[in-house]
Design a protein around this ligand. Sequence first.
Ligand SMILES: CC(C)(COP(=O)(O)OP(=O)(O)OC[C@H]1O[C@@H](n2cnc3c(N)ncnc32)[C@H](O)[C@@H]1OP(=O)(O)O)[C@@H](O)C(=O)NCCC(=O)NCCS
Length: 183
Amino acid sequence: MTTLAYPPPLDDGVVRVRPWHDGDLRCVEQASQDPTIPLGTTVPARYTEEEGRAYLARQHARLTSGQGISLAIACLDTDEAVGHINLMTRPQRGVAGIGYWVVPAARRQGVAPRAIALLTAWGLGAGGFARVEAWVDPDNHASQRVLELCGYLLEGRLRSFLTFGGRRTDVLVYSRVTADAGR
Ligand SMILES: CC(C)(COP(=O)(O)OP(=O)(O)OC[C@H]1O[C@@H](n2cnc3c(N)ncnc32)[C@H](O)[C@@H]1OP(=O)(O)O)[C@@H](O)C(=O)NCCC(=O)NCCS
């Protein structure tokens, strides 16, 4: 049985995964300026402070509504938020979908792999999930690479599964399950 609650702040000595707070608006603003992030998320494509605050409120509302756990990825030394990571509950008991983004200025520094490793380990451990899966656009090679780095297995391809950026797209399905521990 999975009970939704925020994990304690998780860190690996470089990044911290923690709940969003009011000081994180700059991160939402930076994400809104990326051409890709607003297409597949609720990050506003046109940032205003009001839209930014609404985004932060939506992240906390996901926990209370049971939709999932939505957290900021922050630099451990400054606590500056540089990305987002979530575990969204799927209809199947014990299954979560993982999603993530990193602001352009913080990319190519291993931030996403660190955060995914932290939240996956928590999700399949204390978080009580049996399976964490990711749905990835076949053209998104960076996302596929970070999942492989985090020990996710490619299971297959679902055809015409999602609408992304106004077009139908296939998705690649990756997963990590409790039996993978240590792999
Ligand atoms: C995908 C994303 C989260 C990656 O975050 P990141 O912290 O920059 O990840 P890094 O680049 O540090 O990731 C590590 C690996 O991906 C590789 N990588 C990064 N960009 C790549 C690209 N365009 N093509 C192939 N590999 C790429 C890196 O070389 C690195 O692999 P290595 O250690 O073997 O060299 C980030 O690019 C992003 O936010 N993209 C927009 C939102 C998005 O696509 N989210 C995922 C939706 S499923």
